[in-house]
Design a protein around this ligand. Structure first.
Ligand code: SF4
Length: 703
């Protein structure tokens, strides 16, 4: 469990959304060591390469920001100041902008790596007291299409399954994901299940041959952007083969007729042609799914990071709905969260269009309820700026001030050069950070040093709705403070009431109270219970002997007004930037095994840098030959937005016509040519506002 022993403490890995449990030991010299928590239900002691090396990132303090810094003018140098000076000035500047230009002239850009308590206070501050909804996080770049998909299909942003369903499933459809590298411990569980039960079927859908294909019975190497066409073709075959759950469709779902009409618009031959797949492979996939007793669909960025990301999500969830594979053991849609606490952030409403506990911003009763609870100003019905919109608004001057916490936008945002221009133009930039590396620090007017993982306590929620408590093990270096404390101190400088929390437990308790009577009710879950039980899956209404709710919708009652799940007849039209004569190749981006996001943590660990130590472009041998580009030679990748120069890795593991760049590298010593996001597109999905990282048109040449 999560109990604190003499000198060992339990916590949760702060990298991916799998949420593995760790046990940390504090050494006499103040450093920490760590191992996987044998008693933790998620990972049962296992850790991947990133998790195993997590303590190095804590012990190495060489890049840490230690003191608040500030400059009074853009041309002046940064100087060390006290917390009071930094926060008084920031409050004065924010007040000036709010008075002069209104509350929407300021914004907070936060992170799926924030603890739930941190998300809670910053969301409360801007929505409940400043009076703007301008808070967004890098979860916008990650899970927002899945959020919208769940809301439409199930009535609310609710992952229906638990990880224990893995061992009960006999067919997995993994699409737009490479969990072998990006969600390794969850994948170990799928591998072990397959090894023990060779007859279970694993289908991997990806334009690349990845490590996840290693145990696949079927790899569908589709053309990028054709996911909906493929899912519809499988849907059509399931209907034709009589492999749909007619009872579920008749009693617990709506929209099937329209769906059926849409999927029958294309013949199998036509769909196979669009997807670049064989008819027989699509038939085999439909057969595996149709005959499954338990069917899990797994996905992540390949579906989410798309200009049609919400429709891609819906087309996938449809497959679970028409087969009735939801709300029962071994079945359901299992979105793989990219970040450790994107889920917790969604629970407190920490995105520009959300309210706490999955309440709706567009609902006046919900707004009033939250406003009364907080006791602040009226909550605006207008959704705030999303991640990319914030930077566009800085560029056009309508947004004056931005407060960036716990994220590195100049590496991670699409069209990063545009984002850099935006920070140059911003009137006032606050950067709240652990590390001195992020490029955004160069544009900061105020730098606030933050405590890192293991230096503060709080909670996170993983991909299966599991809330865990993270212990504080060591003190933060210098004057660094926990993010929640920084925000609360600032709110008090602004003169707002309701931020005088004495500790994270009090913040958590307020958040939990606000969830009462909602579908994510954790009003019965205190820090004490969390510490005692180790972790709990929401909802958890009152103290019970179990560990919460492993599986949702077991009663087949969904959160929609009709209580029925919605099967959506989405079109398969692709709105991405298509290749043409000038930019003939399709670029997709992604992760590598041993790095995390923008490398500010994993980049510090020698062992992790040994796997792949520089950026690269994967290109198919036939495309490389046409360009006279050989393996290891420098390639120049250009798009309408910018340029990247990296070594070519010529490999048949990628589909012809498609190239791949890893997303991790940013500007290094003033050189931004490793940064994949120089070329990516800031086009976003209409509904989710998630950017199209997985599809844009590029030109490649030999340097
Ligand atoms: Fe951490 Fe994810 Fe690896 Fe688990 S799988 S150890 S949560 S990075």
């Amino acid at each position: 469990g999560l109990k604190k022993h003499s000198d060992t403490y339990t916590s949760t890995c702060c990298y991916c959304g799998v949420g593995c449990g760790v046990v940390l030991s504090k050494e006499k010299n103040g450093t920490i060591t760590l191992q996987g928590n044998q008693n933790y239900p998620v990972n049962k002691g296992m850790l991947c390469s990133k998790g195993l090396n997590l303590h190095y990132t804590v012990n190495d303090k060489s890049d840490r920001l230690l003191y608040p810094q500030m400059r009074y003018h853009k041309n002046m140098p940064m100087q060390r100041v006290s917390w009071d000076e930094a926060l008084n000035r920031t409050a004065a500047v924010f007040k000036t902008f709010i008075d002069k230009y209104g509350p929407d002239s300021v914004a907070f850009y936060a992170s799926g790596q924030c603890l739930t308590e941190e998300y809670y206070v910053v969301n409360k501050l801007i929505k409940g007291f400043i009076g703007s909804n301008n808070i967004d996080t890098n979860s916008r770049l990650c899970m927002s299409s899945a959020v919208a998909g769940y809301k439409i299909a199930l009535g609310e942003d609710s992952v229906p399954v638990c990880y224990d369903d893995i061992e009960m499933a006999d067919c997995f459809y993994i699409t737009g994901a490479n969990p072998a590298w990006c969600h390794p411990i969850l994948w170990r569980r799928v591998e072990a299940h397959k090894a023990a039960n060779p007859d279970i079927k694993i289908i991997v859908v990806d334009p690349r041959i990845t490590d996840s294909c290693g145990i696949a019975d079927l790899h569908l190497q589709l053309n990028p952007g054709t996911d909906i066409t493929l899912n519809h073709a499988i849907g059509r075959l399931l209907i034709e083969n009589g492999d749909v759950d007619t009872h579920f469709i008749a009693n617990h779902a709506e929209g099937f007729e329209q769906y059926s009409a849409v999927v029958f618009k294309r013949t199998l031959a036509e769909s196979a042609g669009i997807c670049g797949l064989s008819e027989s492979d699509i038939r085999l996939a439909a057969q595996y799914i149709g005959k499954a007793g338990g069917f899990i669909s797994m996905w992540t960025m390949g579906l989410n990071q798309s200009a049609i990301g919400v429709n891609k999500n819906l087309s996938l969830i449809n497959l679970n709905l028409i087969t009735g594979h939801i709300g029962k053991p071994g079945s359901g849609p299992m979105s793989l969260t990219g970040q450790p606490n994107a889920m917790g952030g969604r629970e407190v409403g920490g995105l520009a269009n959300l309210l706490p506990a999955h309440r709706n911003m567009s609902n006046p009763l919900h707004r009033e309820e939250v406003q009364k609870f907080w006791g602040g100003t009226e909550i605006s019905p207008k959704p705030g700026l999303s991640a990319t919109e914030m930077f566009e608004a800085l560029n056009d001057g309508s947004l004056k001030a931005i407060w960036i916490m716990c994220t590195n936008p100049l590496t991670s945002l699409p069209n990063a050069r545009l984002a850099e221009e935006a920070l140059k133009k911003a009137k006032f930039v606050v950067v709240q950070e652990v590390s001195n590396k992020p490029e955004s620090l160069k544009y900061a007017d105020v730098i606030l040093p933050a405590a890192a993982w293991a230096e503060k306590e709080g909670t996170m929620t993983n991909s299966e709705r599991r809330i865990s408590y993270l212990n504080k093990i060591i003190d933060a270096p210098g004057e660094a403070l926990p993010d929640a404390e920084i925000i609360c101190r600032f709110a008090q400088k602004m003169g707002y009431k309701g931020f005088d929390f004495e500790n994270p437990a009090q913040i958590y308790a307020e958040h939990a109270k606000l969830t009462a009577k909602t579908n994510i009710d954790i009003s019965g879950l205190s820090y004490d219970i969390l510490k005692e039980k180790g972790s709990v899956q929401w909802p958890y209404k009152k103290r019970s002997t179990n560990n919460g709710t492993p599986r949702l919708f077991t009663d087949k009652l969904f959160y929609t007004p009709s209580k029925k799940a919605v099967i959506s007849a989405v079109a398969d039209t692709l709105t991405s930037e298509l290749p043409d004569a000038d930019y003939p190749l399709i670029l997709t981006t992604g992760r590598i095994r041993d790095q995390w996001h923008t490398m500010s943590k994993t980049g510090k660990v020698n062992k992790l840098n040994q796997h792949i130590n520089q950026s690269f472009l994967t290109i198919h041998p036939a495309d490389a030959e046409q360009l006279n580009l050989k393996d290891g030679e420098m390639a120049v990748i250009t798009s309408r937005r910018g340029e990247v120069r990296v070594k070519a890795s010529v490999s048949a593991e990628i589909k012809q016509g498609v190239v791949f760049l890893p997303m991790h590298w940013g500007k290094i010593l003033g050189n931004d040519l490793n940064r994949a996001n120089n070329v990516t597109n800031n086009l976003v999905d209409d509904i989710s506002k998630e950017p199209d990282f997985k599809y844009c048109a590029v030109h490649v040449s030999k340097f």
